[in-house]
Ligand binder design. Structure first.
Ligand code: G6P
Length: 362
C-alpha cells in the first residue's frame, strides 16, 4: 500500500514506525486468530514444531535480539530446547545438531545474505526451515519450507522498531500454538496478553515528551551510555543499546547486571549514563543492587521499571504487561530514547551513516 511508505505528518519514518506498533500488534492478533478465537497457524508449521527435538534460531542484528526473547517463549511454553545463533558466526563453529533439528530464520527483510548462507547450508544437509519475515516472497521465505508473516507493513527506517516487536509477538504465538499442539498445560492467553500490550504501547508512544526530556537532561553530550538488565531485560538492553549506537553514534553497550562486577563496572565514571530496565519481579532486587553499585561510582542512572515494581526515584514507569511479554513494552521507551538522542545530535535518523536496511552481501 503506497500510503504505508510515505511519512505523512511524521518528520521521520522511524517515529512513524514506532507509533505504528500498537496497530501492528492488533493486526497480528487478527491475522493469527480464527473467528472462534483459536490460534490460526498452518498445520505444517505446527507439525514441524511438534516433531523437532531442538530449534536453531538464526538471525542478525535486531532480529537476533528478537530471537533471544523467542528462545525464552519456546523453551518455557513449548518445552523445546532452543539455541540462538548470529547468522554470520554459525558456519565457523557449526553446533552439533540434534537428531531432529528445526531451523527458524528471523529476518525483517528476508534478504540478509548471512542468514541465507546458513539456510543454503542446512538445506544441503537435508534439514527443514521456517522463516519469520516481514516480506512474504523474499528470498528467505521462498527458500524455506515454511513462512510466518509479521504483518508489520513496510519498514523504511534503517533502525528496526516495529519489526522487532512483531517478531516477538509472532514468536509468542508460535510458542503457544506448539504448546497447544503438544497438549501442554498453559496459563497464558497470547491474544489477550498482546491486546494488553497494544494498549500499553499506546500509553508509551504518548509519552514522547517525557523521553525527550530524559534525553535532553542525560544524553545530551555524552560519548557513551550503558544499558543494564537481567534475564529478559538483558535482551532488551542489547536491543536498546543497538538502537542508540546505530542512529545517535553514542557508544552504547547492553550488559547483564550480574556481569558488571566482572569488568564492566571499570568503565563507570562520574556522569556516565546507565539505563537500567527492571520489569522482572524475580530479579528486581538484584538489578536495583547493580543500579546502586554504579550510582556509588558516579553513574547517572535512569531506571525504567514496570508498574508494580517501581520506586520513587525511577526515571520512567512502563505500564504493566504479562511478565513474558515485557520486551514488547520496555523496548518502546528505548526506541524513543535512541530517536531523540539522534535528533538532538542532528543525525540522519532514518539513514544512519555506514548502515544499510538490508545487508545482502556476506
Ligand atoms: C541490517 C539492518 C538491521 C537489521 C539487520 C538484520 O543490519 O540495519 O536493522 O536488524 O540488518 O536484517 P533482517 O532484515 O535480516 O532482519
Amino acid at each position: 500500500d503506497a500510503s504505508d511508505i510515505e511519512k505523512g505528518t511524521y518528520p521521520h519514518f522511524m517515529l512513524k514506525e514506532i507509533d505504528e506498533q500498537p496497530f501492528v500488534m492488533r493486526r497480528i492478533i487478527k491475522e493469527y486468530q480464527t473467528e472462534d478465537n483459536k490460534l490460526k497457524l498452518d498445520a505444517d508449521v505446527r507439525q514441524a514444531m511438534k516433531a523437532c527435538d531442538r530449534i536453531y534460531i538464526i538471525a542478525a542484528g535486531t532480529s537476533y535480539h528478537a530471537g533471544l526473547v523467542g528462545k525464552e517463549f519456546i523453551e518455557k511454553l513449548a518445552n523445546i530446547p532452543v539455541e540462538v545463533h548470529i547468522a554470520s558466526e554459525f558456519s565457523y563453529n557449526m553446533p552439533l545438531l540434534s537428531e531432529k533439528p528445526l531451523f527458524i530464520f528471523i529476518s525483517q527483510s528476508g534478504e540478509t545474505a548471512d542468514s541465507r548462507a546458513v539456510l543454503v547450508r542446512i538445506k544441503e544437509l537435508g534439514h527443514s526451515a521456517l522463516t519469520i519475515t516481514n516480506v512474504p516472497g523474499s528470498t528467505l521465505s521462498r527458500e524455506a519450507d515454511y513462512t510466518l508473516n509479521l504483518y508489520a507493513g513496510p519498514e523504511i527506517a534503517v533502525a528496526s522498531t516495529k519489526a522487532y516487536t512483531a517478531q516477538i509477538a509472532v514468536l509468542a504465538i508460535l510458542a503457544v500454538d506448539t504448546a497447544q499442539a503438544k497438549e501442554l498445560e498453559l496459563d497464558f492467553d497470547p491474544m489477550q496478553e498482546l491486546a494488553i500490550v497494544a494498549n500499553a504501547m499506546e500509553v508509551l508512544t504518548d509519552q514522547k515528551e517525557a523521553i525527550e526530556e530524559l534525553v535532553r537532561e542525560n544524553l545530551g553530550t555524552t560519548r557513551n551510555a550503558f544499558f543494564i538488565g537481567r534475564s529478559t531485560d538483558y535482551h532488551v538492553c542489547q536491543e536498546g543499546s543497538l538502537k542508540l549506537k546505530e542512529i545517535s553514534y553514542i557508544q552504547a553497550e547492553g550488559f547483564a547486571g550480574g556481569e558488571l562486577k566482572h569488568g564492566t563496572i571499570a568503565l563507570i565514571e562520574e556522569g556516565t549514563p546507565v539505563i537500567a530496565i527492571a520489569t522482572q519481579e524475580n530479579v528486581n532486587l538484584s538489578i536495583r543492587g547493580n543500579v546502586q553499585e554504579v550510582a556509588a561510582r558516579g553513574a547517572n542512572t535512569m531506571v525504567f521499571s514496570m508498574k508494580g515494581l517501581e520506586q520513587d526515584t525511577d526515571a520512567f514507569v512502563i505500564p504493566h504487561v504479562h511478565e513474558l511479554l515485557t520486551p514488547l513494552a520496555s523496548v518502546v521507551p528505548m526506541q524513543l530514547l535512541a530517536y531523540y538522542a539522534a535528533l538532538h545530535r542532528d543525525c540522519d535518523v532514518d539513514k544512519p551513516r555506514n548502515l544499510a536496511k538490508s545487508v545482502t552481501v556476506e
